[in-house]
Design a protein around this ligand. Structure first.
Ligand SMILES: [Zn+2]
Length: 347
């Protein structure tokens, strides 16, 4: 079964650029920039970049990003990490990934938001050429930033919509910064016709999910795991076919959900909620798409056919350009047919 899980074609729709930096890469970036790090080999550096299996809080989790961000402030570093995000996805047979990042967190050394976006796109393109994975970029606005930062970020995303950028997002402290504050920012996105996904219902309650869809125009929801606290709203999301970008390992580590036993993934799925399963932050969470799929099988009894359906649904929920999406779905169906043939031959 391990082989089947590895070979299963996959899509990762929720993947943070600053959450998938390889320790060896951080060492190389630091060495080239004369930046001191507390370890001189990948193994000893990893604990600074990755939470332990029983991560104690969201704060411990978020601190891991603060550790890598100082070294992701120039074109070369951003492009390299983006290219390696594609490389890592290819190792798990992802056909398609949407990598996301907040350009405003990468401007400490003079890059503009557009410069940061251009660098990330250049890296993704290099990765696409080298590893055969289709990769697109989602541009994030931060909840602790005001319109004076977020509106220019959205405009920079709009300027490259269709050239690798596929959507805009909102991330950060959901509990302290409600949707209302971002209405103006996302009106700019809506008027330009760039799709919107919003982190909501992760660190704060289900009401944020309704706000994200109704006030901000979200077509997908990042996480949304706390929707179970409001069955009526969960049904509303189900009926509207709003895809949830679930990230099981991460959601448990950040304490959005207490444990695997408590994780409502099977319940959502059986109730007909449109779910997708993603990594969020492979390095920080110590995960990858194969592991997430494995967890669905061992923790929630997903069959391989159900997993394949979930991955196909993720491709359909993707923000890829329509002809690209059609080609990806064809490729996916061919790979699944081949996998089925191979497994029957083995029986
Ligand atoms: Zn996220």
């Amino acid at each position: 079964m391990d082989n089947w899980l590895e070979a299963l074609p996959k899509a990762d729709l929720h993947l943070h650029l600053d959450g998938c930096v390889k320790p060896g890469t951080l060492l190389a970036l630091a060495a080239a920039r004369g930046y001191p790090l507390p370890a001189d080999n990948p193994e000893d550096l990893l604990p600074y970049m990755q939470v332990e299996e029983d991560c104690d809080s969201l704060k411990t989790y978020l601190d891991k990003f603060g550790f890598v961000l100082p070294l992701m402030q120039d074109t070369e570093a951003l492009a390299r990490v983006a290219e390696e995000a594609v490389e890592q996805a290819a190792a798990h047979n992802c056909l398609y990934i949407e990598v996301r990042f907040a350009p405003a967190l990468h401007t400490d050394e003079g890059l503009s938001a557009d410069g940061a976006i251009a660098a990330a796109l250049a890296g993704l393109r290099r990765g696409e050429a080298a590893y055969g994975v289709t990769a697109r970029l989602i541009v994030i606005c931060m909840r602790h930033h005001g319109e004076e930062i977020n509106v220019p970020v959205v405009r920079a995303a709009i300027a490259r919509h269709g050239q690798g950028v596929v959507a805009v997002d909102l991330a950060g402290d959901e509990a302290s910064h409600p949707a209302e504050k971002f209405r103006g920012t996302f009106v700019v996105a809506r008027e330009a016709g760039i799709p919107i996904t919003i982190h909501a219902g992760e660190a704060a309650g289900p009401f944020n999910v309704r706000e994200a869809v109704e006030s901000l125009g979200a077509a997908r929801i990042g996480h949304g795991i706390r929707l179970r606290e409001d069955p009526e709203l969960l049904a509303w999301i189900r009926d509207r076919r709003v895809p949830l970008e679930l990230c099981p390992t991460s959601n448990i580590q950040t304490k959005a959900v207490a444990s695997w036993d408590d994780y409502p993934l099977r319940r959502y799925y059986d109730a007909g909620v449109y779910i997708t399963v993603n990594t969020d932050n492979p390095t920080v969470s110590g995960t990858d798409m194969t592991r997430e799929c494995q967890a669905l099988v061992t923790r929630f009894g997903f069959t391989l056919a159900e997993l394949a359906g979930l991955m196909r649904g993720a491709l359909e929920a993707s923000f890829a350009e329509p002809p690209v999406k059609e080609a990806l779905l064809r490729k996916f169906d061919e790979k699944i047919a081949r996998l089925r043939n191979d497994s029957t031959r083995e029986d």
